[in-house]
Design a binder for this molecule. Structure first.
Ligand code: PAF
Length: 280
């Protein structure tokens, strides 16, 4: 596996592959990789000749009081996982490489999509995500890019950015990967104490209940949200940020369950904010 720290090295490799007529997949990550990321790499390897994984904790998507400094990092272990799953190149740039001094250009969706759901408590988050993903698209020029469905709002916003900005890149959403007890895999799960780790299963319990209600034919969104809220409120360590239902493509509030209704939640377990969701 090639390790590249410079944009120019990524470009050189990609140019060579394209000369040979090979397809390129991109898996953007912030490192501290787990089986959720591995599943994205597996999917990319199965669909593309060459797979680039970016491993970069992007400062512009963290608010001033968020966890940028303590966000977990372990590049050595990331490389082992990526090599084992067949990635071709890992791009591990410095902040200075990605954001040259005095960089002042951002990519931002100007409708309400970035203000919904997680955007209410993370107002600059999706501007940072769109900016870094846009830069990665420009650097790697992939045919396909792979994102986890756990960050459903991110996936919806990136699809919108790709449409609006005419990126000729196919965006592939991949299923949430869960621990045996249901908790969605996340690098942030490492913040949880043993007691909080047990409490954190309340998110997936609420997700599974909502899913069951949809499968049983419930059409009223509020009835499902009320049931999910009741489950989460039964856990003393949990504090709800939001439990909402929206249309997956537009992120407009949903009143009735339709095929693309996204049921999403963000819940604090202690000081750790976790997200989970399901698509009807
Ligand atoms: O989902 C993530 O890990 C990040 O938001 C992403 C897409 C790599 C951008 O920094």
């Amino acid at each position: 596996m090639i390790v590249a720290e410079k944009i120019s090295d990524v470009r050189k490799n990609v140019a060579e592959w394209k000369k040979q007529g090979l397809t390129v997949g991109l898996v953007p990550t912030m490192g501290y990789l787990h089986e959720g990321h591995a599943s994205l790499v597996d999917k990319a390897v199965s669909e593309c000749d060459k797979v680039v994984v970016s491993d970069f904790v992007n400062p512009t998507q963290f608010g001033p009081n968020e966890d940028l400094a303590k966000y977990p990092r372990d590049f050595e272990s990331d490389c082992k996982l990526l090599e084992a799953h067949g990635a071709t190149l890992v791009f591990h740039p410095s902040v200075e490489e990605m954001y040259p001094e005095n960089a002042a250009t951002f990519v931002e969706i100007l409708n309400d999509m970035p203000k919904k759901l997680c955007g209410k408590t993370r107002p600059i988050h999706f501007r940072g995500v769109c900016t870094v993903v846009s830069k990665l698209f420009n650097i790697v020029t992939p045919d396909k890019a792979f994102f986890g469905m756990k960050d459903a709002q991110q996936l919806s916003i990136i699809k919108k950015m790709v449409r609006d900005m005419s990126y000729g890149i196919e965006i592939i959403g991949c299923p949430i990967i869960r621990e045996d007890d249901g908790l969605a895999k996340s690098s942030r799960n490492t913040y949880l104490s043993p007691e909080e780790r047990m409490a954190a299963t309340i998110l997936s319990k609420a997700v599974f209940e909502g899913k069951k209600m949809v499968e049983n034919g419930e059409k009223n969104v509020q009835t499902i949200l009320d049931a999910q809220t009741k489950i989460i409120e039964s856990e003393p360590l949990a504090k709800i940020d939001y439990v909402s239902a929206v249309d997956f493509s537009t992120l407009e509030d949903a009143a009735e369950v339709k095929p693309d209704t996204l049921f999403a939640m963000a819940v604090y377990i202690g000081t750790t904010r976790l997200i989970d969701n399901f698509l009807a």
